[in-house]
Ligand binder design. Structure first.
Ligand SMILES: [Zn+2]
Length: 61
């Protein structure tokens, strides 16, 4: 397991967002300018259990 954080990016006028996992800790400078250069990032896929609604997320590389 490695440390990272989850960020949501809004696309244009759409209300949908893309959830992305980014390696490392979420420093203030990251949030300010979203400087993610040099860091690994992966789109987050979330699966829902149709029985109980439990969510499980994967950030596949
Ligand atoms: Zn379940």
């Amino acid at each position: 397991m490695e440390e990272g954080f989850v960020a949501d990016f809004t696309h244009g006028r759409e209300q949908l967002t893309t959830t992305t996992w980014i390696e490392g800790s979420a420093e203030p400078s990251i949030w300010k300018g979203l400087k993610t250069r040099g860091r690994s990032s992966f789109p987050v896929e979330t699966y829902r259990c149709t029985s109980c609604g439990y969510l499980e997320s994967y950030a596949k590389g």
